[in-house]
Design a protein around this ligand. Structure first.
Ligand SMILES: NC(=O)c1ccc[n+]([C@@H]2O[C@H](COP(=O)([O-])OP(=O)(O)OC[C@H]3O[C@@H](n4cnc5c(N)ncnc54)[C@H](O)[C@@H]3O)[C@@H](O)[C@H]2O)c1
Length: 441
């Protein structure tokens, strides 16, 4: 089915979106405040330099499917939906400048006053979570005198294209994300992306907004990580390209979802020690590698977040389930759970610890030595009786995944507060057996 859409902002995202939607058979009107961009597109030429754009714009123009105007009211009245693709640059202090978004929202709202039929407004510009619902939506409601969800609908649909391969990325996206308050608000977008390859996620507006930031932040992390590692390799006389080629070939642990779920701090006998060794070596080489140097301080902050979560409860008796850095091991070396228990004891809390894999009698070697140095009296805190520990505690910390959700739920009481460090089971959040707090969700 051919749709009629308007695209606000004929920059990189808007021009490519407009030309690609037209190439998919839809009727498209581009809108920009810059008359030069409007004239360029209206005469069948691309306002931006980008592979395949000249051909796509010329083809859309020839077919009479691609137009451009500075008249925002006409564009809204002549279309079923409007895509907002205007810039969201940084202000001098780093804050996001939403002035262009706000202006467009006002213009669309004013135009909607004259429109009898419904309209869908889709934000494609990158905005922080909450912006669409708490700023764009009310501005349109106010300017139009109409109600969101009834007279018009609002959705968020982030764009993942890269300049240089924008058309190919638009037509073959990694996935399509459609965010709305209600699935019924997505009718126009579903139709528009019916033929688009890749998985389609229908989600809340906030999730859709955040996925875009997560993606860009992660890409920045990857570039910085690769550059810091490359710098270290260079100064150690190691071939950086060879290292990264082998490293990235592991798609099970390295380039994969592994280690990418929000949870508790990293620990164990390897990660902290090896990060410490690398950053120490970098210092010896007089290298500044802020990202690698930030890993241990950031990890320590995460342990502090757990301490603060306990402090907020105003309770004193803490049942800590799971002492080792992950379930299925009795290795306590550099376990952040051990650090947490130590901090809580230091703050004067009473703590009982249950861990089915940890028995002091069985600990040996450097593992035993570690725990004797860090918490010498751990023996008096440890219990093998889960029921006893749970009955005693006012706050229950889920330290690792060694406890089974079913077993836990059986013993939890309404007045207990659960602090989950490992996202044990999503069902725990809503089963109502006690009040629940996730450390970072
Ligand atoms: N460039 C990218 O690769 C890319 C990729 C994904 C997402 N994004 C995001 O998409 C948004 C747009 O980025 P861009 O690079 O296309 O921006 P851009 O600066 O190239 O284009 C923005 C356009 O909006 C126009 N504009 C400003 N106010 C307007 C108004 N009131 N009415 C109509 N047009 C108006 C400007 O004249 C300009 O042509 C940003 O939020 C950006 O973060 C960009």
């Amino acid at each position: 089915m051919s749709l009629s859409i308007s695209v606000f902002g004929l920059g990189y995202v808007g021009s490519v979106s407009a030309a690609c939607f037209a190439s998919m058979g839809h009727q498209v009107i581009g809108v920009d405040v810059n008359p030069a961009k409007v004239e360029t597109m209206e005469s069948g030429r691309s306002p931006i330099i980008e592979a395949s754009m000249s051909e796509l714009v010329a083809e859309g123009h020839r077919a009479g499917r691609l137009h451009a105007t500075i008249d925002s009211t006409a564009a809204v009245l002549e279309s079923d939906g409007s895509f907002v693709c205007v810039g969201t640059p940084s202000l001098r202090n780093g804050k996001l400048d939403l002035s262009h978004i706000e202006k467009v929202a006002r213009e669309i709202g004013a135009a909607l006053k004259q429109k009898k039929s419904g309209h869908t407004i889709v934000l494609r510009s990158t905005v922080l979570p909450g912006t669409t619902e708490s700023m764009v939506l009310p501005v349109i409601e106010q300017a139009s005198g109409r109600r969101a969800g009834i007279d018009f609908t609002v959705a968020y649909n982030p764009e993942f294209m890269r300049e240089g391969s924008a058309v190919a990325d638009f037509l073959q996206p990694p996935y399509t994300i459609l965010g709305a308050q209600d699935a019924s608000h997505l009718a126009l977008l579903r139709e528009l992306y019916r033929q688009t390859p890749g998985k389609v996620f229908e989600t809340s507006v906030g999730v859709a907004e955040m996925v875009k930031y997560l993606s860009n932040a992660f890409h920045a992390v990857k570039v910085t990580f690769a550059n810091e590692v490359g710098t270290l390799c260079k100064h150690l006389g190691v071939d950086a390209q060879a290292v990264t080629e082998i490293f990235t070939s592991d798609t099970r642990l390295n380039v994969s979802p592994a280690y990418l779920s929000p949870g508790f701090a990293f620990g164990g006998s390897c990660l902290p020690k090896d990060v410490r060794a690398l950053t120490y070596k970098a210092k010896e080489l007089d290298l500044k590698l802020p990202m690698l140097e930030s890993l241990l301080p950031s990890n320590a902050e995460h342990v502090e977040r757990a301490v603060e979560a306990v402090m907020r409860t105003n309770k004193r008796k803490i049942a800590h389930l799971g002492l080792s850095f992950k379930a299925g091991t009795d290795d306590l070396r550099e376990s952040p759970q051990v650090q947490l228990v130590k901090r809580l004891l230091g703050e004067g809390y009473e703590v009982k610890v249950w861990d089915q894999d940890v028995s002091l009698g069985r600990l040996a070697g450097s593992n035993r030595q570690y725990i004797e140095e860090v918490i010498p009296h751990i023996g008096s805190l440890l219990s093998a009786d889960l029921e006893d520990v749970l009955n005693w505690g006012e706050v229950v910390i889920i330290g690792n995944k060694s406890v089974k959700k079913a077993e836990l739920s059986t013993h939890l009481r309404k007045e207990q507060i659960v602090i989950d460090l490992v996202n044990l089971d999503k069902a725990l959040r809503s089963d109502g057996t006690s009040s629940y707090e996730g450390i970072c969700w």
